[in-house]
Design a binder for this molecule. Structure first.
Ligand code: ADP
Length: 490
């Protein structure tokens, strides 16, 4: 199958969160499954072209926008560890700047940037002579590809047999744009904008809705989230729209690229370990504590280390953490560590926590790939009390690293973490249901007491490390969906 994956983030070139990870491993896995994927993405200013051997091609594509034509120069690289070509769109106007979205407020021209990207996908495919069976778009940024496939390119022989699959990684970001300008730029007739049309939602153009309505199939990143966005307020206004698509909405659990996230082979951690040598995990904790200034004698003390790797946003449950973490530090013999960045209130909270507890709290504000691996390997407990979580990857990384997840049972967290059951010996972590301090505190109480019961903890670690959430399984489910999508257009 010839597959175009397009995304605003693709690991290792450009990543903010899980969208980047998934857009990086899916093509890799599809190639392993003997398909023929390519990736199309922006050439952002911060992408290291030398490191990744990304070369300019002698091709400039024309991208129709509004009543004029814009241009992008194509660059090409190979996705590391594969032979998958990655095409980068060079546009000084749209992409040659630092950052992907311009968080936290977003760049003022994001609507245009992403419509340009969506339109350029088709022109790139034609310029490199790639006849796609599938265009797989990811999140609102590339949602307009789904509309373009069914409008401007519907009768183009290049795409007349191409099906569109729209993958929702997080429904809260919907790409809401001004109708007149957006439709003009997208070259969609203004008459297509009326109450209830596929372009209209609450008086604006909603890119998420556009993706959902025009796609042949819609996927999202966990089965639980597929249900939540249809039937609960986690759909953020898209419930009815998703329900219009009925069984075309399919939840596929994200997976883990175990080439990147595996304590047996991870070169970023202090010492490799496995299910057969779980005690070596402890050396990672000791080395981590020592690296970040904990006096050597104290580093050896048996205090559980609670870790977090996260965007610091409300979605991730930081208002709960903010209310309770200090109390936990007083009440339990624990240490805490985090790498993250985001809302400044939370950044400041963690900075002051580190000041107050210099030998018990290690805080890194920022984005740091190496530290994210070190924290996964060094922590005993991984905290993810998310308000909502489409899938979540870190809890799955944690399981593989024998770092026991304590999570709120929502979205993909509920699909991957099961409370340990003392009677049956089953379960790989600790969970709580209600987004409330009391429930989270009680889950922490259970987690800490299990930690100090060594045979129990070893059993939970074993259960966790034996879990297999490989990206191979996940990627092959997408292939099934692609086949179904192709059937709908035949
Ligand atoms: P989301 O996509 O909502 O941010 P996920 O759990 O799906 O959440 O994916 C988060 C990804 O981003 C993981 O790979 C995680 O390790 C990474 N990540 C998040 N924050 C940081 C950070 N500050 N430094 C390094 N990696 C981070």
């Amino acid at each position: 199958m010839n597959i175009i994956l397009t995304s605003a983030e693709v690991y290792p070139y450009a990543k903010v969160g899980g969208l980047g990870d998934v857009s990086g491993y899916l093509p890799k896995e599809w190639e392993q499954l003997e398909h023929n994927p390519i990736v199309i993405m922006p050439k952002y200013g911060m992408i290291d072209t030398e490191k990744y051997k990304i070369q300019p091609l002698d091709i400039t594509i024309s991208v129709p926008m509004g009543s004029w034509t814009e241009y992008a120069k194509l660059w090409r690289g190979i996705l590391p560890g594969t032979t998958v070509p990655v095409y980068f769109l060079e546009s000084a106007e749209y992409f040659d700047r630092q950052g992907i979205y311009g968080n936290p407020e977003g760049f003022a021209d994001n609507d245009r940037r992403f419509i340009f990207l969506s339109r350029a996908v088709f022109e790139t495919a034609k310029a490199i002579d790639f006849r796609a069976d599938i265009i797989c778009a990811n999140d609102y940024h590339t949602a307009f590809t789904m509309a373009f496939l069914k409008t401007h390119y519907r009768h183009d022989p290049y795409f007349s047999k191409t099906a569109g699959v729209y993958n929702i990684h997080n429904i809260i970001f919907q790409g809401i744009c001004k109708p007149k300008e957006t439709l003009f730029i997208a070259q969609i007739d203004q008459s297509q904008f009326y109450q209830g049309s596929w372009f209209e939602h609450n008086g604006a153009v909603n890119s998420m809705k556009v993706g959902i309505m025009f796609a042949d199939k819609i996927t999202t990143v966990s089965p639980r989230y597929a249900t939540e966005i249809r039937y609960t307020d986690q759909g953020y206004g898209m419930q009815q729209i998703l329900n219009l698509r009925g069984s075309d909405v399919i939840g596929i659990l994200n997976g883990v690229d175990y080439n990147e996230w595996n304590p047996e082979t991870d070169f970023r951690i202090y010492e490799n370990y496995s299910l057969k040598s779980p005690l070596k995990k402890k050396n990672n904790k000791i080395e981590y504590l020592k690296e970040f200034g904990i006096p050597e004698v104290e580093a050896y003390s048996d205090m559980p280390l609670i870790g977090m790797v996260s965007r610091l946003t409300d979605q991730k449950g930081f208002d709960l953490v903010e209310q309770i973490l200090e109390k936990w530090m007083e009440h339990y013999p624990i240490r805490f560590t985090i790498v993250g960045s985001g809302i400044s209130r939370y950044e400041n909270f963690f900075r002051s926590l580190a000041k107050k507890h210099p030998t018990r709290a290690i805080v890194h504000i920022g984005y740091n790939e190496v530290l994210s691996h070190k924290i996964e390997a060094s922590s005993d407990i991984f905290l993810m009390p998310s308000h909502f979580e489409p899938c979540g990857l870190n809890q799955m990384y944690s399981l593989k690293y024998g770092t026991i997840p304590l999570v709120r049972a929502t979205g993909g967290l509920a699909d991957t973490v099961q409370e340990f059951n003392y009677r049956t010996g089953e379960g790989n972590g600790f969970t709580f249901d209600d987004y409330a301090i009391g429930d989270m505190a009680w889950a922490m109480e259970r987690t800490i007491s299990a930690y100090f019961n060594k045979p129990v903890w070893q059993k939970i670690m074993r259960n966790a490390m034996e879990c297999n959430y490989s990206s191979t399984r996940s990627a092959s489910r997408y292939i099934d969906v692609f086949e179904w999508a192709l059937e709908t257009i035949r």
